[in-house]
Design a protein around this ligand. Sequence first.
Ligand SMILES: [Zn+2]
Length: 249
Amino acid sequence: MKIIPLSEGTFTIDNTKLFVPFDEQTENLQSRPAGSLLVEIQPFVVITANDILLLDTGLGFPDKEGKMQLHKNLEEAGINPATITKVLMTHLHKDHAGGVSDDSHRNQLSFPGAAYYIQRREYDFAVKKGLPSFIPEELQVLSDAGSVVWLKDDEGMIDDYIHYKVTGAHSPVHQVFWIREQENIIFFGGDDAPQLQQMKHRFVAKYDFDGKKAMEFRKEWWKQGEKENWTFLFYHDIKTPIYPAARVI
Ligand SMILES: [Zn+2]
């Protein structure tokens, strides 16, 4: 399998839940409001024998020319966005689901050739809960798109090689994915396992729906991952998107 991180950039986020671009070279974190977190926003592409998978869709922000950053990243990696076959969504917070549709075409899916795998209860929760964590108008396009596969079970398989499981830790219906091909296992824990440091050190995040549960899951995954040689993908990690760092496995 080949893994390609598709960073939309580094951002700070504070209580307002706004993602503000941050340039590490020229800016100082102290100049941002107290309690600001520094995060990468980083969807991934995983190329398998049968699929081009996209894992979460980022903020969906456009670049200076008005082109979706994610589309641009894909093209730079030699991938036509229309050739993505599956989009796997951990949850629908705006920094993970903003890119399901294009800012300038809210009624069109950004990956028209793909099946989108989404937990039905997560969608219902997101549109009901709304701002500031969810943007219902960006998600609206999913509601009657024929290409959405609404997952209703807490755990199951997609095409016999992608395993999904609802954790209900970071958000009430957050799910995580294992992608298995031959002896290789890629683990994508979304915001239940967002950064390498959080795997190594016990940490209860106050922004989680159930922070203690997320912490316990991380401990379990870190242990099992070591035993079974998982490759971890960290959506919000600035320095280590892939651990261990290997692009081709
Ligand atoms: Zn989230």
